[in-house]
Design a protein around this ligand. Structure first.
Ligand code: FAD
Length: 204
């Protein structure tokens, strides 16, 4: 199951982050520990955020599987995020450790090679994107109404953009232009789609 690979990738990232944190507390440059430099602290913050986000996504997929729910989408989200984030985290850890990070004196260079694999096997990152795009476009149930059904935002400081009494608002479903009149225009003045592209805007 891809979520197993997500968990492995996250553990590799967590290990690299911990090695980097240990290193920045000891390594000195320009008279300070490098962990005192804000540029280094920001890298640590980004790494920590990615490790924790991956952890939550993995837990969600595992929880869904434990509950007997379909975990496929959550597993795909966690595989894509955790494996890509893990590579970024380990890469940053190596960067923080400088030349030593690149050598075999420390295990980070091996973690970088290992985490590169997670984006390939048990469903490449591209395949996860195909799965998620298919879900988002065809199965996902939106919370928001369609754009064409949104009420018109009345610009009270611009009388021309306000309906006059008795006028109806028509919105072009292609570009969003709003026309105030009894009837829609013959064509949209912005995108030139014909009157059929206009839909009456529900009263706000
Ligand atoms: C170390 C290692 C261990 C492995 N262990 C196992 C194992 O235990 N069991 C097992 O079954 N397999 C295993 N594999 C195989 C692994 O699952 C495949 O390498 C992986 O699925 C990618 O397939 P491929 O190498 O044939 O690449 P290809 O399918 O040739 O893909 C090449 C590239 O094209 C992209 N691509 C392909 N199709 C599309 C598309 N429609 N749209 C966009 N991009 C696309 C891919 O994402 C990839 O980036 C292992 C691989 C490695 C490297």
């Amino acid at each position: 199951m891809p979520v197993t690979r997500s968990a492995l990738a996250r553990r590799a990232a967590r290990s690299a982050m911990e090695f980097a944190i240990d290193y920045v507390k000891k390594r000195r440059a320009f008279g300070s520990k490098i962990g005192d430099f804000q540029a280094i602290q920001f890298k640590i913050a980004e790494m920590f955020q990615k490790v924790e986000t991956a952890r939550l996504l993995i837990w969600k997929a595992a929880w869904e599987a434990d509950q007997g729910l379909d975990p496929n989408i959550s597993a795909s989200v966690s595989k894509l995020y955790a494996t890509e984030a893990a590579y970024e985290v380990v890469d940053q850890a190596l960067q923080i450790m400088g030349g030593y990070g690149y050598t075999r004196f420390f295990p980070v260079e091996k973690l970088l090679r290992d985490t590169r694999l997670f984006r390939i096997y048990e469903g490449t990152s591209e395949v996860q994107r195909i799965v998620l795009a298919g879900h988002a476009l065809h199965q996902y149930q939106p919370v928001m109404p369609p754009l064409e059904d949104l009420p018109v935002h009345i610009k009270r400081d611009n009388p021309e953009a306000c309906p006059q009494p008795g006028q109806t608002a028509w919105r072009c479903r292609m570009c969003g232009y709003v026309h105030f009149d009894d009837q829609p225009p013959d064509e949209c003045p912005y995108c030139f789609f014909p009157a059929a592209a206009f839909k009456q805007v529900p009263p706000s």
